[in-house]
Design a protein around this ligand. Structure first.
Ligand SMILES: [Zn+2]
Length: 291
């Protein structure tokens, strides 16, 4: 019961006007901490890994830990592959047991994006209960955030979004609306809320069919998050913040315990800090008690 794809829990979230945190992890300790926080809050959860850690630690290792944790947890948990640009690797992760796959062909032409995304959708659906996320437009790094946010052509066009979703058979959709990866350099990043609202209305106006994903969660002001949820954001990706949390907690611990050689205590410090960060996100996304 606890092993789920992303779409099912996101449809519920979109209907209930809350969102699900999708937390990027690179280690088993982080993964345990993320699950602990979500269990404590009784929140549905999406754990995600980028392609690189899935190759370093191994996709089978991530899946094995995920299944072990999820099967004994009283909440629904999805394991998601984030921003994979290779169709073949998407298929390998689906084979291994990831329950949601993001094919990111957004840098290709629109036709090629459709072709690659559809190939991954068809493959994942043929395997069973695996949902697929696709992206249209450019989710930039923070260094380009303002430039991209002001460039109409770099953001997802609402009509094209509908065509993209219809022709690919996509389950969940990440339209570029000006959010960015990294840490925003300004307190008021330029985000196109109305664009998200319009796309949501066109896709989900008559019942939630294709819930929407917001990338670049780290550092978004809380009132922006609320507004993005209102506009249809049902999954928020949080990556950079957890990387900072891991490094900072490790550094803080080591700098005050330099004479100690007990790796377990470093791991415990990372877990504590990660749990706190994830709990705070769950509160902001209003998903506590929704599992
Ligand atoms: Zn992203």
């Amino acid at each position: 019961m606890s092993i789920v794809n992303a779409k099912d829990i996101m449809v519920e979230a979109a209907k209930g006007k809350y969102a699900i945190g999708a937390f990027n992890v690179t280690s088993i300790h982080q993964m345990e901490a993320v699950v602990e926080a979500a269990v404590e809050k009784k929140s549905p959860l999406i754990i995600q890994t980028s392609v690189k850690p899935s190759k370093v630690l191994g996709r089978e290792v991530f899946v094995a830990v995920y299944r072990t944790l999820a099967e004994s947890a009283p909440i629904p948990i999805c394991l998601h592959l984030d921003h994979c640009t290779e169709v073949d690797y998407c298929k390998k992760c689906a084979d291994a047991g990831y329950t949601n796959i993001m094919i990111d062909a957004s840098k290709q032409t629109c036709e090629e994006n459709i072709r690659q995304t559809k190939e991954v959708v068809d493959y994942c659906h043929s395997l069973g209960d695996i949902s697929v996320e696709g992206e249209l437009g450019t989710v930039s790094g923070v260094e380009d955030q303002i430039k991209v946010a002001e460039d109409e052509a770099a953001l997802a066009n609402p009509e094209q979004s509908v065509e993209f979703v219809e022709r690919t058979g996509l389950d969940i959709f990440a339209p570029a609306i000006g959010t960015a990866h990294g840490v925003y350099k300004t307190k008021n990043p330029k985000i196109d809320f109305e664009r998200l609202g319009k796309i949501n209305m066109m896709l989900n106006g008559n019942g939630v069919k294709v819930p929407l994903v917001v990338h670049g969660g780290t550092g978004l002001p809380e009132d922006y998050i609320q507004k993005l949820i209102e506009m249809g954001g049902a999954k928020f990706n949080v990556s950079t913040e957890l990387k900072h949390t891991l490094i900072d907690a490790t550094w803080d611990y080591l700098s005050t315990h330099r004479e100690e050689y007990d790796p377990g205590k470093i791991d415990a410090a990372v877990r504590d800090a990660t749990r706190k960060a994830v709990s705070h996100w769950i509160d902001m996304l209003c998903s506590a008690g929704k599992a």
